[in-house]
Design a protein around this ligand. Structure first.
Ligand SMILES: Nc1ncnc2c1ncn2[C@@H]1O[C@H](COP(=O)(O)OP(=O)(O)O)[C@@H](O)[C@H]1O
Ligand SMILES: CC(C)(COP(=O)(O)O)[C@@H](O)C(=O)NCCC(=O)O
Length: 302
């Protein structure tokens, strides 16, 4: 079912849960105009719906363990957040993390981005796929799956590798540690992908209890990608350790050309071939207009 933004906003019943301007500004990504109104009108009802799913999930596990006569263990609720490069997934995932943390019982919520599971540049280079970063084959899917299974099974301490956009590679020796959260959010381009056909294997999406796809027209996302590239040229690309230092010297015209080139040869094909086809697998689709603002929400009913 598709709900226009106002109809969706009217579903919210918990006016207590909110985030202040400073928090929203801290959590939103570069060039992302998401504001407090979006939190109240879009993310608050979403967090409430998520909490309904979570309460039922916890009850189902408790009842099943009782039926099977096995010791009850706390099973974390897993949320996937998917969508194109530059669509604003990170903002959505961070806002949900914050809202869920504030909800009843103050659950422990962890957020992991799948870029940590990209193969290091040395491996991508050896396989001749350095220009396919973000495509399914550029990830160590087995390691990502093992990570999610370990968290879902309640392993006390699970670690994940860390990716840096600044050095454009996996950070050697750095890991993030996840210690038995109540909720795990897994955010990334390809998290809704099913397991490769014919292998009888599993995919991380098999472990999601709820999933969100952030959606917009490709031409709009391309414009946001280019605008963000221009903003990065004046900020992050100036960092002496940035892999993209040379981009900081590009003229406006050259920077637009370069950003479009990356979009047209990498991010658009990945969106069209791999990411967009997974959209209808999501429990909720947040649909953005050309102004980057969420205009409607689609909820999968089956
Ligand atoms: N080259 C870069 N340097 C620094 N930060 C970057 C760079 N590219 C992307 N980012 C940041 O990384 C985060 C994830 O970006 P992306 O994968 O495009 O997803 P989304 O825009 O959907 O959140 C964003 O917060 C973005 O601002
Ligand atoms: C790091 C990414 C693959 C996103 O990873 P994710 O966390 O979504 O798995 C992407 O932001 C990226 O940098 N792609 C490479 C092409 C580009 O520079 O836009």
């Amino acid at each position: 079912m598709t709900l226009l933004r106002q109809t969706w906003a009217d579903l919210a019943t918990d006016g207590q849960l909110t985030l202040n301007t400073a928090t929203v500004e801290r959590l939103r990504g570069l060039q992302d105009p998401t504001d407090e109104r979006d939190v109240t009108e879009v993310y608050l009802p979403l967090a409430q719906l998520l909490n309904l799913y979570r309460i039922n999930h916890d009850q189902l596990y408790a009842d099943s363990y009782g039926f099977l006569k096995i010791a009850p263990t706390r099973t974390p609720f897993i949320i996937g957040v998917a969508g194109s490069v530059a669509v604003g997934k990170s903002t959505s995932a961070r806002l949900l993390r914050e809202l869920l943390r504030q909800s009843a019982g103050h659950p422990r919520v962890e957020l992991v981005t799948t870029d940590g599971f990209l193969y290091p540049n040395s491996v991508l280079e050896a396989r001749g796929i350095l220009d396919r970063k973000g495509f399914p084959e550029s990830y160590d899917r087995r390691a990502l799956l093992d990570f999610v299974i370990a968290v879902k099974s309640g392993v006390a301490e699970v670690t994940a590798p860390v990716y840096s956009h600044v050095i454009y590679d996996i950070v050697q020796g750095e890991r993030i540690v996840v210690t038995r959260p109540d909720i795990l959010i897994v955010e990334g381009l390809n998290v809704l992908q099913p397991a490769p056909a014919g292998r009888g294997d599993l995919a991380v999406s098999d472990f999601f209890d709820f999933s969100v796809y952030v959606d917009a027209d490709e031409s709009d996302i391309r414009d946001w990608y280019v605008a963000r590239f221009m903003a990065l040229r004046d900020t992050a690309f100036r960092d002496p350790t940035s892999f993209f230092r040379s981009y900081a010297e590009l003229s406006d015209e050259e920077a637009v050309w370069q950003a479009r080139e990356v979009w047209d040869t990498i991010n658009k094909p990945n969106l069209v071939e791999n990411i967009e086809p997974t959209r209808d697998r999501a429990t909720a689709i947040l649909r953005k207009g050309s102004d980057h603002v969420i205009s409607e929400v689609r909820i999968r009913r089956i």
